[in-house]
Design a protein around this ligand. Structure first.
Ligand SMILES: Cc1ncc(COP(=O)(O)O)c(C=O)c1O
Length: 462
């Protein structure tokens, strides 16, 4: 409890109900003067705050709530599993829901990705993948292969290994030195392509993939264990892969015996209209890392899904992978994931995304008539609108514009207008939308109208 000036033990700021809550990735000083939004309830694609105001959840919480809020069926699964077996570890033991979910993920994952290592979330899955890659090469006679390559501005989590892989300098700097051995290559933002490949998406894709080979060669192929990439890169604003990118990347990884890790913490479980993001673009990873939408957030869970080839040396003799998490493969979370995937099938949510993704794009593209909208990009139900100061020259927001207009106006105004989504300047300034997979044209129109209203006013403030 905080201590008051009069020493009576009353909270120092009784008007701040979140006084003791340290919010994540939050400038806490903001809430010294303004009230923190408190979200109390959700139903379908909508959420309500503590004042009873309704918002369209155009970010699925945090790219999580694929089936929408308020599914009593999933809450019932939580209660039933907690009654039956609330907790047991998967450290040398198994339990039925973890077994069943691993079977199901192995059956659905592309190619020979057949071994499922559960964690409690995304960063833990990324840590797991890097450690698997390191030990895999030690077990197969290439012990110097320990390094990783990832892409500029990409976000892969905040634990120290995952943060090393993350390419957002501002997130890394306060925690340096991080885990050594991670280097970065350009991402695939075609809107910001270098001049010599700016007219040809395919050439741009090959150029970008070749930068990975260059990085492997610079580091020394004998020292590089894995490349971490998202199917569509989130940070920087929903950056899709250009045609041919993943085909070339696979060739490069094969040539240099480097594992291709597809970080699908956002892109798996229907976000792009396929169960796994790699399936959307037809490439074969060695490991998929996932979390978020696996349970639609009704309980936390992550999973690294590993190929037979990579697992093979771990399955022999006295070898074990000395790695795990108390809550990895939690029985309740696994039961929820199974029921969540049942809903995907029963309601054909992947089909819903595939049927609607073009009209979603077209609806957002209407915003191109606004002078502030430079680019609309993404795939499936995962889109970003990049904001510019001059469409002709693609002049980006600078740090002061981001502070004053993006953070200072757009972010609050969208929420005020009843649209919960994300403004982001980890790369260039973007607004991101990633609605629950149950959404359709009515919600697309609502997003477009609210974005139009706020972005039109934002233009007058530049
Ligand atoms: C691609 C990617 N990897 C890893 C993470 C980290 O996941 P978590 O926050 O569950 O640790 C995220 C989180 O957004 C992500 O988008």
């Amino acid at each position: 409890m905080s201590v008051t000036a009069d020493g009576a033990g009353r909270p120092a700021r009784p008007d701040n109900p979140a006084e003791h809550l340290w919010m994540h990735f939050t400038r806490m000083s903001t809430y010294a003067t303004t009230a923190v939004p408190i979200i109390e309830r959700g139903e379908g694609a909508y959420i309500w705050d503590s004042n009873g105001r309704k918002y369209l959840d155009a970010l699925s919480g945090l790219f999580v709530v694929q089936v929408g809020h308020g599914r009593a069926e999933l809450a019932d699964v939580v209660a039933a599993q907690a009654r039956k077996l609330a907790y047991f570890p998967i450290w040398s033991y198994a339990h039925p829901t973890a077994i069943e979910l691993a079977d199901r993920l192995a059956a659905e994952a592309p190619g020979d990705l057949n071994k499922v290592f559960f964690s409690s979330g995304g960063a833990e899955s990324v840590e797991t993948a890097w450690k698997i890659a390191k030990q895999y090469f030690k077990l197969t006679g290439k012990p110097a292969k320990t390094k990783v390559v990832s892409r500029a501005v990409a976000y892969h989590g905040t634990t120290q290994g995952a943060l090393s892989i993350t390419g957002v300098p501002g997130f890394r700097q306060p925690f340096e030195p991080l885990v050594p051995g991670a280097s970065r290559v350009p991402n695939t933002n075609f809107y910001r392509a270098p001049k010599h490949v700016a007219d040809d998406e395919k050439q741009f894709g090959l150029w970008a993939a070749n930068r990975v080979e260059e990085a492997i060669q610079n580091e020394g192929p004998d020292t590089v264990a894995a490349v971490f990439v998202e199917p569509v890169q989130n940070a920087g604003g929903c950056i899709p892969p250009p045609p041919g990118y993943f085909e070339r990347l696979r060739e490069i990884c094969d040539r240099h015996d480097v594992l291709l890790v597809s970080d699908e913490v956002i892109c798996a479980y229907g976000r792009l209209g396929t169960l796994f993001g790699a399936q959307k673009y037809g490439y074969q990873p060695d490991i998929i890392t996932s979390a978020k939408g696996l349970t639609s957030g009704y309980s936390p869970l992550g999973a690294a899904i590993v190929s037979d080839r990579v697992f093979e040396p771990f399955g022999k003799g006295k070898v074990s992978f000395a790695h795990g998490y108390t809550f990895g493969g939690h029985p309740v979370s696994c039961a929820v994931a199974l029921a969540n995937l049942d809903i995907f099938e029963r309601e054909d949510l992947l089909g819903n995304v595939l049927r609607n993704e073009n009209t979603f794009r077209q609806t957002l593209e209407r915003l191109y008539d606004l002078p502030i909208v430079g680019d609309v990009r993404g795939d499936g139900y995962f889109y970003a609108v990049e904001l510019v100061k001059d469409k002709g020259t693609k002049l980006a927001f600078d740090a002061a514009d981001c502070e004053r207009v993006l953070r200072g106006y757009i972010s609050g105004a969208l929420f005020e207008a009843g649209l919960y989504c994300r403004t982001d300047d980890r790369g260039d300034a973007v607004v991101q939308v990633a609605p629950p997979l149950i959404c359709g044209q009515a919600e697309f129109d609502e997003m477009e109208q609210k974005l139009r209203h706020v972005l039109s006013t934002a233009w007058t403030k530049i």
